[in-house]
Design a protein around this ligand. Structure first.
Ligand SMILES: *[C@@H]1O[C@H](CO)[C@@H](O)[C@H](O)[C@H]1NC(C)=O
Ligand SMILES: *[C@@H]1O[C@H](CO)[C@@H](O)[C@H](O)[C@H]1NC(C)=O
Length: 330
């Protein structure tokens, strides 16, 4: 009896182990199959952009008859190679309708530069498309020139960009489509944050946070105008409605015009800006310097603007707009 029981239990145990093994191996096989499936899907998706409608490269052309595009507002200072490179690139983006070059140098642009850029614009504006090219020539050299009002703008959207950063057309068109969903907001690629400095007791003081605190906390409250979309009405407001003392401060300190714009838009909307995911194509020699340094001056600007506005208008947020074609999971 004893032996039989033990034999039986040994058999049962063996059988159980076998089942367990086969269950385990079938699980492994299923896992392997799933991996193969995912791998194949990923492979196909990366090879053929139209597969399942994924892939970043298949940017649908904008319907030019019913929708207006945007105006490129580019700030430049004696870096003609960068300017030529930027204009050549952005004229190849389908939504571009107009280019305004903010020119604050003592000498007007040379004939050869004007001729070169006109040639570039003409050769890139295919299929009967017309791109307006304007030099906005300023007598004085002030950072406020960057937001001078555009008289009779042909688009509602402005894409403000520094001459030393180039974003992929797919990213630019994506940010533009985000802006179309929220035309009162600033939409762009370079987020920054204001941090509350608790060491002071009489009233809040603020600290300007660069890229690291944004990365660490996933929170931002400003989008810098070095790469962002906003409505042309904000240029009119900046030029005509901002307190003169604030414009003077920006001019004297040669800094912070972008923070002033972020404050103005936040004060007008009581809402945060929108960070859009973007792919940088190329960056000029001085572009990296914006990642660190000069943050003491920026902190001064933030605190100065808070007293000018009588409150802190910036609204923090954690929202980031991404192209759903590039994401796999909901
Ligand atoms: C906070 O404010 C104090 C006094 O104004 C200053 O010394 C300190 O550096 C500030 N802290 C930060 C993180 O900016
Ligand atoms: C901030 O917004 C208020 C309300 O819209 C407005 O009255 C005020 O002039 C704005 N401040 C600045 C400095 O633009």
């Amino acid at each position: 009896m004893v032996t039989r029981t033990s034999l039986m239990s040994r058999r049962t145990a063996q059988k159980f182990r076998q089942t367990a093994i086969s269950a385990a191996s079938s699980f492994k096989i299923k896992l392997l199959l799933l991996c193969c499936f995912i791998f194949t899907l990923t492979f196909l998706a990366t090879r053929t952009p139209s597969f399942l409608g994924c892939g970043q490269r298949s940017v649908p052309a904008l319907d030019r008859t019913s929708r207006k595009g945007y105006t490129l507002l580019i700030n430049t200072w004696k870096r003609y190679d960068l300017l030529k490179q930027s204009i050549s690139h952005y004229t190849s983006c389908p939504g571009l309708d107009s280019i305004h070059i903010v020119w604050s140098e003592p000498d007007p642009p040379s004939d050869s530069l004007v001729k070169y850029l006109n040639q570039v614009v003409k050769s890139n504006a295919k299929n009967g498309r017309y791109i307006e090219l304007t030099f906005d020539i300023n007598k004085e050299d002030s950072l406020n020139n960057r937001f001078k009002e555009i008289k009779n703008p042909i688009t509602d959207a402005v894409f403000s960009i520094d001459d030393d950063i180039i974003f992929h057309c797919s990213s630019v068109e994506f940010a533009f489509s985000v802006w179309q969903s929220a035309p009162d907001s600033m939409v762009g690629f370079v987020p920054r944050i204001h941090l509350i400095n608790q060491s002071k007791e009489n009233g809040n003081s603020y600290t300007y946070g660069g890229w690291w605190p944004v990365w660490w906390t996933g929170t931002y409250s400003m989008i810098l105008s070095k790469a962002s979309f906003f409505h042309t009405k904000y240029l009119r407001m900046y030029t005509n409605e901002m307190p003169v003392s604030l414009l003077e401060y920006v001019k004297r300190n040669r800094n912070c015009e972008d923070i002033a714009m972020a404050f103005m838009v936040a004060n007008a909307t009581n809402a945060p800006p929108i960070w859009a995911k973007g792919k940088i194509n190329e960056i000029g020699s001085t572009g990296i310097s914006s990642l660190g340094g000069h943050s003491n001056k920026r902190t001064e600007c933030v605190n100065r603007f808070v007293s000018e506005f009588g409150r802190m208008p910036l609204v923090p947020t954690n929202v980031k707009a991404v192209d759903s074609r590039g994401t796999w999971f909901w």
